[in-house]
Design a protein around this ligand. Structure first.
Ligand SMILES: [Zn+2]
Length: 369
């Protein structure tokens, strides 16, 4: 028998505390392939997230070159925002993929019996190689279509080649509840000239100047961004795996590797029947209070505000309020992580087979059984 800490029950208890039994009960059970598994079940884990920049952040749209992405609010104040694509596809999904590959490298051979897979090549095309003229949907990028990354975050296929799977993770925008003029700074960099290996020196005569000065607008360290992810119809293992990838995400946006380091906090999760609340609403609520005009909004303030906001929905499901949740996820042992990955992988293979049954694409050998 598996030891207490290694069982999913034990791991769930470690992460969710006393409510773990209720949460396991609430999660989807997907023990064997069944058409019914393909039908949405209306279980939504509303995961409230605060992204804390640990270094100055460069956040902007793909095509923008100099500016910070900001959004207007109804209060007439413009605030910085991290788009969901930057965070979910660009960072969390990438984190999940690397977690799976790392696991497969260590355990794949041993577990191939249980999973019935002998190689794992699921990849995501890097953001930057995407061509400008033709936006290639991210989905056609080498996803395998049968791993937790594919069946949790979804994938699309070329026409005629099977069916698309919708993402069961839906994020919104991550909004800094801080006016743009309070948290965006302009930073000037001095680029080194490739040939002369010198920086720009304005005191030199023009003909001898090398290098260049350039400027970036960046988000100041510590500016909290609030948002929410809706995780749909997850088994307990899928839920834990997705939360783990979220907690382990340490970079967002920014093309330059020196910037963009973040810490993800998960102060609240509401397990409910539908999607409730969102980052924009929390942010405008904070801005509307007008308390943080003179006094800078700290991470602690943001945590308090999110907690207060989510508490309004307490009667709508099972509410877990725990500022240490992210750290607890990051603190799981390797053995515990391995247990979660293996079970999540088994769960998605059952889902895959259920989807095949649903669309009537049973393979020949399966039909023979
Ligand atoms: Zn895959």
């Amino acid at each position: 028998m598996a030891s207490k800490t290694m069982s999913l029950d034990g791991i769930s208890r470690k992460i969710f505390g006393e409510k773990y039994k209720e949460i396991i009960e609430w999660c989807i059970k997907r023990e064997k392939p069944d058409k019914y598994n393909a039908i949405p079940k209306g279980r939504v884990a509303n995961v409230y997230v605060i992204i804390e920049p640990l270094s100055r952040l460069i956040i902007r749209h793909e095509q923008e070159t100099t500016d910070v992405t900001t959004i207007p609010t109804y209060l007439g104040i413009s605030v910085p925002a991290i788009l969901n694509t930057k965070f979910q596809s660009g960072a969390v999904r990438r984190q999940m993929l690397s977690l799976l590959h790392e696991w497969f490298d260590r355990n794949g051979k041993v577990k191939s019996e249980e999973l019935k897979i002998d190689s794992y090549t699921c990849v995501m095309r890097p953001y930057m190689e995407r061509t400008r003229e033709r936006q290639i949907p991210e989905a056609f990028e080498g996803y395998c279509g049968e791993c937790p990354n594919c069946l949790i975050f979804g994938y699309a296929v070329q026409e005629g080649a099977g069916y698309n799977v919708k993402s069961r993770v839906e994020g919104d925008m991550y909004v800094a509840p801080v006016p743009e003029d309070k948290c965006v700074i302009s930073v000037t960099f001095n680029a080194i000239d490739d040939i002369a290996k010198t920086t720009y020196r304005p005191e030199l005569p023009e003909t001898r100047r090398r290098g260049a000065l350039y400027e970036f607008r960046m988000i100041e360290v510590g500016t909290p961004f609030v948002g929410k992810l809706a995780l749909r119809d997850m088994t307990i293992a899928e839920l834990l795996l997705t939360l783990l990838a979220l907690a382990r995400t340490t970079r967002v946006g920014g093309r330059t590797t020196h910037f963009g380091e973040v810490k993800v906090h998960i102060p609240a999760i509401l397990f409910s029947k539908y999607e409730i609340g969102g980052g924009y609403e929390v942010a405008t609520r904070i801005l509307g209070k007008g308390e943080y005009v003179e006094k800078a909004l700290t991470l602690e303030d943001a945590m308090n505000e999110v907690t207060e906001y989510v508490k309004k929905f307490e009667s709508q499901g099972i509410l877990v309020l725990d500022r240490g949740l992210g750290d607890k996820l990051r603190g799981l042992t390797q053995e515990e992580v391995d247990t979660v990955v293996l079970q999540a992988w088994k769960d998605v293979l059952v889902l895959k087979e259920s989807l095949d049954m649903f669309v009537g694409k049973l393979s020949k050998e399966k039909r023979k059984k």
